[in-house]
Design a protein around this ligand. Structure first.
Ligand code: ADP
Ligand code: MG
Ligand code: ZN
Length: 490
């Protein structure tokens, strides 16, 4: 068998309001060629100036990936010609990128390994080419948009690991609020490099799969390549060093261009941009932007709230959801519920009913959800205390959302408070006892015969009748005990 090596180059669009070296609006989906100016159109003689917000966001990602921010960082011109790049060079970083020598821990099902980050560098995106029939159209709205490239060392071995890397990174940059992570719109895209070799022989000849716009394609493309390259070596053939593309209709990679040698981009320092020396205030603002990241947060949720791995992962997938959860847990605790008890209950509500409602209402994030975390806490506490049945509690939640009002009064007005007074329940049980005398006799007979299954189903029926009579308000535990007593002692 062969050893495989995978290194990723991931590009993310930073959520800066303006482009990286000019004041043009940075937005997806605007009318083509409306967000352009002489700077990003590459007119001669204009001066780029650095968007400090882009630098800060880039450095924040670098720090989240455990990279070192160098004392000085600067920009180079990377020269090449392509119609989507009107300057004929791209301003990028080469000699001293803003983030260097970091690492991340990949952690997932059956995967646990460290992946070294080679560097993070800030650059400008190119425009967009649209090919229609015999003409090609160019939209320069994207030219000059802030792009951060994250480059890993070739430390991954399988398509699954690379897929997990992309998923973790996507979650991280969304947590940091620096990228929307939308792979379909191209806000996060990856080039995947892969080679194989005999064990112990080091890196092989690398193939680059370009422009993967889904983490699934990253996995599929890489696993396809590992197999393809293995077949070639098995037949004593050699792997050509080249760039390939993933064809999602044929589920295979296909050659795009062969790169004999590394291209010579004639990098040289961008003369129009000064060297950037991060000062103390800048570095402090970077550290301040580092929120608790998804991985440690998941661990904390498991430890402090007693959630299982899957619950923690689902809740921590999105920062807003994790924040919402923690606010609800804190509110339930303030109302006297034990933290872990509350957390377990709230996790269940969030991951079933609330996810369902969000889906039904077409809300992609909990940010704009009308059910305040405090209100969810009140509902959960009332159920935990037996003040409202689970069923009525869930029904109340729908009304709370529809009417946008606090649950306690709503439950009282609707008459949904749980009935737990044994005397009051006893009266209803007695009425059912009279109306369903025949069933009681059958249940007693089943008990005498030792037919537990039949006895249970008959008593469940009787409990159901009592609940029905009380509009679902009677505490089923108390009802059950009273019915049982009547069956045992006729
Ligand atoms: P290039 O100069 O061709 O862009 P780099 O050294 O910048 O190459 O590496 C680009 C990416 O390719 C990095 O993520 C790196 O880890 C990966 N890579 C480099 N060499 C190999 C190899 N032989 N096999 C697999 N991945 C590789
Ligand atoms: Mg490279
Ligand atoms: Zn511009």
């Amino acid at each position: 068998m062969y050893q495989s090596f995978i290194g990723l180059e991931v590009h993310i669009h930073l959520l800066t309001k303006t482009k990286v070296f000019c004041a043009c609006r940075s937005a997806f989906g605007d009318e083509p060629n409306t967000n352009v100016c002489p700077v990003c159109m590459g007119y001669p003689g204009v001066l780029p100036s650095l968007n400090l917000e882009a630098m800060r966001m880039g450095c924040t990602v670098a720090r989240a990936l455990n990279c070192r921010i160098p004392e000085k960082t600067w920009f180079e011109r990377k020269q090449y010609f392509y119609p989507d790049m009107p300057k004929n060079y791209q301003i990028s970083q080469f000699g001293s990128p803003l983030g260097q020598e970091g690492y991340v821990m990949l952690e997932g099902r059956n995967i646990k390994k460290q992946v070294r980050i080679k560097e993070c560098h800030l650059e400008e995106d190119a425009g967009k080419m649209i090919h229609t029939g015999t003409v090609s159209l160019l939209d320069y709205n994207r030219a000059g948009v802030s792009l951060l490239e994250i480059v890993t060392e070739p430390d991954m071995e399988t398509g699954e690991e690379a897929e997990l890397f992309i998923q973790q990174l996507r979650r991280t940059v969304r947590y940091l609020g620096v990228c929307d992570g939308n792979m379909e719109e191209g806000s996060l895209r990856a080039d995947a490099n892969v080679s194989i070799n005999l064990p112990g022989k080091g890196l092989g000849k690398k193939v680059e799969i370009k422009n993967l716009n889904s983490s699934r394609f990253v996995r599929l493309g890489l696993n396809y390549e590992i197999k393809r390259q293995g077949d070639l070596l098995d037949q004593a053939k050699t792997v050509t060093q080249e760039t390939r593309l993933w064809n999602e209709n044929r589920d295979q990679t296909e050659p795009m261009r062969t790169k004999e040698n590394a291209q010579d981009y004639r990098y040289f320092p961008e003369p129009d941009l000064p060297v950037f020396t991060p000062d103390k205030a800048f570095l402090t603002s970077v550290e301040a932007a580092l929120v608790e990241l998804p991985a440690p947060r998941m661990k904390r949720f498991e430890q402090d709230y007693g959630l299982n791995r899957e619950q923690a992962e689902l809740i921590c997938d999105e920062k807003a959801l994790a924040d919402y959860f923690e606010e609800a847990v804190a509110a339930a605790k303030a109302q006297g519920l034990d933290t872990r008890d509350g957390a377990g209950r709230i996790a269940n509500w969030v991951l079933t009913d609330i996810k369902h409602i969000l889906g039904r209402e077409g809300l992609s994030s909990i940010g704009s959800f009308r059910l305040k975390p405090q209100w969810l806490a009140t509902l959960v506490v009332m159920v935990a205390r037996g003040q409202v049945s689970m069923k009525n509690g869930k029904q109340a939640m729908d009304r709370v959302i529809a009417e946008d009002r606090e649950p306690e009064a709503l439950i009282r007005e609707a008459g949904w408070e749980q009935l737990s007074d044994p005397v009051q329940i006893g009266k209803v049980v007695e009425a059912v006892y009279r109306a369903e005398a025949a069933v009681f006799v059958q249940a007693q007979a089943a008990r005498a015969e030792g037919n537990q299954k039949r006895q249970r189903s008959l008593s469940a029926y009787l409990v159901g009748r009592v609940l029905e009579q009380t509009g679902g308000r009677a505490d089923p535990k108390i009802v059950g005990a009273q019915i049982e007593l009547l069956i045992q002692t006729p």
